[in-house]
Design a protein around this ligand. Sequence first.
Ligand code: G3H
Ligand code: 13P
Ligand code: ZN
Length: 327
Amino acid sequence: MVHYRELGLVNTRELFRQAMAGGYALPAFNFNNLEQLQAIVTAAVDTRSPVILQVSKGARQYANQILLQYLAKGAVNMAQEMGCAIPIVLHLDHGDSFALARSCIETGFSSVMIDGSHLAYEDNVNLTKQVVMFAHGHDVTVEGELGVLAGIEDEVAAERSHYTRLEEVEDFVGRTGVGSLAISIGTSHGAYKFKVKAGEDVPPLRFDILEEVERRIPGFPIVLHGASSVPRNIVEEINRYGGKLEDTAGIPEEQLRRAAKSAVCKINIDSDGRLALTAAIRKVFAEHPEEFDPRKYLGPGRDALVELYKHKITHVLGSAGKVVLPG
Ligand code: G3H
Ligand code: 13P
Ligand code: ZN
C-alpha cells in the first residue's frame, strides 16, 4: 500500500472548494507517457495552476502501475524544483469496477472516478457507494457520473446516450457520498463530437440542465467530460502533413468558459492533447524525413502540448494564478 500523501499528492476536496468559490474549473488532463506528463506539469507550474493528472484504465496498463507511482511523485518533485509547489491530484478516469478503484487507491491515487453511468440506476448507486466507502477510509475523493455521454465512455460503448436525469441527482449524491458529479449536457468523448464543415455551428450545451442541477444540489462540484474543442487549425495541420481526419468540431471555448464560471469545478481534456501532439510529430516527419531520434519529434510534440495546456488553463478554465501556497 502506497498512500498518495507519501507521493506528495492531494485529493480534490479543498481544490474544488476553492474552484467553486473562485468561479473557475480545474484542468484534468489525461496522460499516458512521459512527454504528456512533462508538458502538463510545465504548463501548470508556468501558469501557477493546480492540476489533475488523469489516468484511464488503458493508460494505467500502458504506462505500468508501478512506474506511474514514480511518475506522479516525480511530477510533484519537478514542480517543486521549478519553483512552485502546485497542488497535484492523481485521478483515475472512468474506473469501471470496485477492484480497479481499490487497486488505484492502494497504489497512490488521490482521487478516483467510478463510472456506473451505463448501469441501471440502483446498480450505479450501489457500485459508487461501495467505492466511496473504501475511498473515504483512505481520504481519497470520488467522482460519480449520471447520464451517458454520446460516443465512447472509455472502454464502455455508450450506444444510447442520454442527458443527466434531474430527478436522480439529489438522491444519487445523498446516497452515495460522492464528492463530485459528472453530468451529461451535450459533450461527448473523442475527436468526432460533431460532423460539421468549416464555419458551421454546433448545437449548444444544455446549460438549462446544468442550471437545474445547480439548483438541486447547490454548491456541489460538477464535472464536465468530453470537453475538447478539437481546434480546426490543429486538425488542418494534421491533414496538411499526411493525416486523415474528417470534418469535425468540438465544444466551443466560450461555452466551456461559461461552464467553468458555474458549479463546474473540473473539466476533462484528452483529445485536444492527442491532436496537438500528433500534428507536431507529423510536421517533423514531413519536413525532416531523415530524423529518427525520438527527442527530435517528441520534443516539438511536448512543446506544442505545453502551449495548448497553458492556453486552456489561462483562457478557458480560468485556473491560472489560483495556486494558494501554504503560509
Ligand atoms: O474519456 C476517456 C479518455 O479520453 C481516456 O481514453 O481510454 O483511450 O485512455 P483512453
Ligand atoms: P475529450 O475526448 O473531449 O478530450 O474528453 C476527455 C475525457 O472526458 C476524459 O475523461
Ligand atoms: Zn471522460
